[in-house]
Design a protein around this ligand. Structure first.
Ligand code: KIV
Length: 269
């Protein structure tokens, strides 16, 4: 039974773009049908992020996620949230050149109901984004701290700390917009720089660790619901103490089993 009533509107690219300077967009990750169904009429977009490789598969970074895994999880999400605008995050190595990118994006469109794909990279990836958008693939860009660059950059580094970085980020955003991307994730960027990037493009920017002045926000569901309790990045807000609630519930179950309180007469055949 849901206690939440809202005016959910099924989104498409045009509606997403029309929100710019009108209202903020909410995006959340999901990796399975169960949670996608819970988020479906609450968030504007659901991202099947390659973050699933960390939060779901327990790996140290996103790099070993495969296209087959992303397709599997995207199908689960689309099954659970039939009306949601679902975006598949293209994993590392699947868009190394424009032909490979198009081949893999077509695979995504033919094997899932994803509305769009997301790829990491700035000016350097603009030719790939252009090739995809010219071939009818809807693309969301991703600049700033790009988790797929973690090994190349020697860690996760907040961007926009120098004039050069600021100028490059603005160039990246403009190149991605010109290449035809419908929106752009800005991750791990100084908030004043994220604001300037947002003002420099006409497509919506979705921030994560980029302050409040982007056109929307995205969070990884297991972070925001407090299921990942080992470490809380500065930009994450916990809206639920998920880990404690689950542990308390399972502990209660174990207690009931041990004390023969579960199952009771009403719970047996
Ligand atoms: O993989 C992911 O979940 C993402 C978001 C953090 C934007 O790319």
């Amino acid at each position: 039974m849901s206690i939440i009533k809202n005016n959910f509107e099924k989104m498409n690219i045009t509606k997403i773009q029309n929100t710019k300077n009108k209202r903020k967009l909410t995006m959340i990750t999901a990796y399975d049908a169960l949670f996608a169904n819970l988020f479906e009429d609450l968030a504007d977009m659901i991202l099947v992020g390659d973050s699933l490789n960390m939060s779901f598969a327990g790996q140290n970074d996103t790099l070993s996620a495969t296209l087959e895994q992303m397709i599997y999880h995207t199908n689960a999400v689309c099954n659970g949230a039939k009306d949601a605008f679902v975006i598949l995050d293209m994993p590392f190595g699947t868009y190394i050149n424009k032909d490979e990118a198009l081949k893999n994006a077509v695979k995504v469109y033919t094997k899932t109901n994803a509305a769009a794909i997301k790829i990491e990279g700035g000016e350097d990836k603009a030719h790939i984004i252009e090739h995809l958008t010219k071939n009818s693939i809807a693309v969301m860009g991703h600049i700033g701290l790009m988790p797929q660059y973690v090994r190349a950059e020697g860690g996760y580094k907040v961007k926009g700390k120098t004039q050069e970085e600021e100028q490059q980020l603005i160039k990246d955003a403009k190149a991605i917009e010109s290449a035809g991307a419908f929106a752009l994730v800005i991750e791990g960027v100084k908030s004043d720089v994220a604001k300037k990037i947002t003002q420099s493009v006409n497509i919506p920017t979705i921030g994560i660790g980029a302050g409040k002045d982007t056109d929307g926000q995205v969070l990884v569901w297991s972070d925001m619901l407090g299921f990942f309790d080992k470490f809380k990045p500065k930009f994450v807000r916990h809206y639920l103490d998920g880990a404690s609630l689950v542990k308390e519930a399972v502990n209660q179950y174990r207690d009931d089993v041990q004390k023969e309180n579960f199952p009771n007469k009403d719970e047996e055949y």
